[in-house]
Write a protein that binds this ligand. Sequence first.
Ligand code: ADP
Ligand code: ADP
Length: 229
Amino acid sequence: MIALEGIHKVYRNGALEVQALKPTNLIVEKGDYVAIIGPSGSGKSTLMNILGCLDIPSGGTYKLDHQEVQSLTEKELAKVRNKKIGFVFQNFNLLARQTVQSNVELPMLYGGVTTPVRKDRAISLLEKVGLGGRVHHRPTELSGGQKQRVAIARALTMNPSILLADEPTGNLDQKSSHEIMALFTQLNNEGSTVIVITHEMDIAEHAKRILRFGDGEIIEDRRKGSVRL
Ligand code: ADP
Ligand code: ADP
């Protein structure tokens, strides 16, 4: 479903050039659960932003469900993002003054979903992530782990096939971090393709496949249960 061929990225700041991502080939099949691990500055977010159609590569081809992403207009890209991809971030990105339920309804509001359907769907997604009793709370009344559950419910609203999470446990304690990764396992078991960036090995171990980054390239691609070479 995700196929990258020779995808690379150079950032230019005036005369300075940074090769954030060296030419990369990568296939991620539907239903996989991938952790991307590696030190700060190794290119993880650059890859994630390209996968999420948030950033344009400097070259190479990216096919998402057999469609070449490069050939899409900005408007078509936005549509692909909204329909196919759910994003989860380190800082939750919740609106502090809105209730948990309103936060989850927001993407559906933009997506033109009617009020009763929005409400029902938000509540059922919040139940799914274990926050059925918190729908009328504000984010400030929740723990970090609970905030991230709200963000995950919000990411699921448009029924995406892929969940992309950039350091989703970066602001959480150990216990909540493992609970969030277990929630991703549950969503993966229900059919979502999950790709998570982390810099902690024990967190990455929840995934089925671990891609290790170093200096702008994938230096190890290991499937859980397989022997490390
Ligand atoms: P990671 O997510 O592994 O920490 P990044 O993908 O964020 O790594 O960064 C890879 C490299 O690209 C780093 O050297 C970083 O400084 C550089 N970089 C990332 N974004 C930009 C940008 N917008 N402009 C210039 N350089 C950038
Ligand atoms: P964590 O272990 O994730 O740090 P906290 O100690 O922040 O969790 O929160 C523990 C419990 O207290 C959670 O169930 C959370 O919902 C509740 N809680 C935390 N802050 C508030 C608050 N300001 N108002 C109401 N409930 C809160």
